[in-house]
Design a protein around this ligand. Structure first.
Ligand SMILES: [Ca+2]
Ligand SMILES: [Ca+2]
Length: 177
């Protein structure tokens, strides 16, 4: 069980082993948030296929192939924006504090400045799918996701108000060994 708990750091180090990705891992948190906005404006179902990806990044075919390999979890030829930005944020060089804030903002869907359990479930589903994909494993099951979400929520919501504040989230991310 310990392995998945250190998922954020582990995902980063395994991603960094892939030198193809080094040129794509320098996005700042602000840039990634802007990418997310572009995704949301550009596509109703938040998915990108390879040609859209190429246009989006103005990158080479080879770079597109690398991105597709990384993020197309189910191999259907298109990429979900949240999987994408999440994986991107995990392998970016931003410090842990910025990364925590970025992830928090990405998944605070209703802009309530707190993460509800539903929002956390989506976050965990994306993070776990990204990490498992990076490690060449099968996607997580619903049960695995729910179990992890419950565990994390319990630990992170230190004042027990059923919401995770940014401060709680950062404390949790930084304290998670
Ligand atoms: Ca919220
Ligand atoms: Ca709380």
């Amino acid at each position: 069980m310990g392995a998945a708990e250190s998922g954020v750091n582990k995902g980063k180090s395994s991603a960094l082993k892939n030198e193809n990705l080094s040129s794509m891992s320098n996005f700042s948190p602000n840039y990634i948030l802007k990418l997310k906005e572009r995704f949301e404006r550009g596509s109703d179902d938040y998915c990108l296929d390879k040609s859209a990806l190429k246009q989006f990044f103005k990158c080479s075919d080879r770079e597109c192939d690398v991105l597709m390999d990384m993020f197309d979890m189910d191999g259907n030829g298109s990429i979900d924006s949240y999987e994408f930005v999440c994986a991107l944020s995990l392998m970016s060089h931003a410090n842990l504090d910025d990364k925590a804030e970025l992830i928090f903002n990405l998944y605070d869907f209703d802009r309530s400045q707190s993460i509800s359990k539903d929002e956390l479930t989506v976050l965990m589903a994306n993070v776990m799918a990204s990490l498992k994909s990076m490690e060449g494993q099968k996607p997580p099951t619903i049960q695995e996701i729910e179990q992890k979400t419950d565990e994390l929520f319990l630990k992170a919501d230190t004042n027990k108000d059923k919401q995770i504040s940014l401060k709680e989230f950062k404390t949790y991310i930084k304290g998670d060994k």
